[in-house]
Ligand binder design. Sequence first.
Ligand SMILES: [Zn+2]
Length: 412
Amino acid sequence: MDTYADNSFTAGSQQPVLAPYLPNELITIVVGHLHDDKQALQTCSRIASAWVDPSYRHLFSQIFISVDDPNWLVKLYGDIERYSRLGNYARRLMLWTFKDPNAACIPVCHHIISSILHFAPNIKDITFFGLLFDCKHGAVEHVTHSIELDRMVIRNCLSAGGPIVPLILSNFSTVKTLQIARYSGPTSTASSSRSSHLQIYDFDYDAPAAADILSTISNSPTSFAMSFHDASQIGEFNAFITSTGAEIRQLLLRPMGRLADPISIRGEDFVNLDLSLCKQLQVLRIVALGEYHLDEVIADQSQRMLWDAVAHIVSSSPSGLPVIHLDLTVEAEARDSFERTFQWESMDGTLACRPGLRSVIFTLFVEDTDLELKDEEEVYSSMITKRMHRVAKLGLLDLRLKVTQRIPHDWD
Ligand SMILES: [Zn+2]
């Protein structure tokens, strides 16, 4: 991984030489052409003072640090001190390790992030990958900032010490896009503080239940996506909707139709889902990625469970909702199972009598086969139109078929 720390930059090792005058615009263009040549950028930064800014803007735009090095933080502070205004040039921060978060040397906490942001206040994009979140600073106050962030990604991380993530989030006034995936958070937090000033516009939450995430977000995102891995998440989601869900305009729900052992979520668990409070909802999208199994009985059981979840989600949607997307995957070999197990009757009936519904966009992701796409289209089109005859008659049905190389079994 590329890190700015790899630069063998030694400030003051060469005396700046007087260069012929060039307008700043031209310098910016020249330096811009060299944006991925670190050696050349370092040379440029030593030409004259007018070259420092444009060169540093490329040299130090990203702070990528592997946290495997126990001294990473000390080194970072050293570099910030050594290169004047380094922090001002940083737009992107990535802290990462490919190790198991449990084996991490130094946990990351709100104190550490807050102090990095103090030196690098122009950061717009943050990725945490593989981190262990924990705090060893006890009751030490942490200084919060009010930074507008474009994007934060938390992936493969583990929180061992209570609600660290909400405390990190309290440094921002805006996080336009927040993505949390494969995150293991605390199962209960006694003192979760809500980040009341934080506005998230686009929030994608794809992780098992964690007590420090949804319960601490107090402003409604415009667009919200959530995967359901276990039954307790339905309660977690309902509580979130009740407190902050009224303003959500777009909702994407992904029931995970896995026959995990033991089964952690079932179709009937979704009967408890309540979307009626999402009064502003304009689009509901349900993404159901089926699980293919060689054993026909298990395959059917798995599909039934998934379609049952989809049916419950649709019937809990608020009245007046204009657009419903159903994104379903069908394995090439499992077309018969799909026709057999999908809840055609109840889905057709539920959709046909929904007031305000203008469009049902049915997208089938069919695995790439040697079959002719045209033939496939015809088969599925006639199957769905015939089985969803009431919806089709109302002119609500918009059928799309997408052939994919491989049906995505995971959300990436
Ligand atoms: Zn701390």
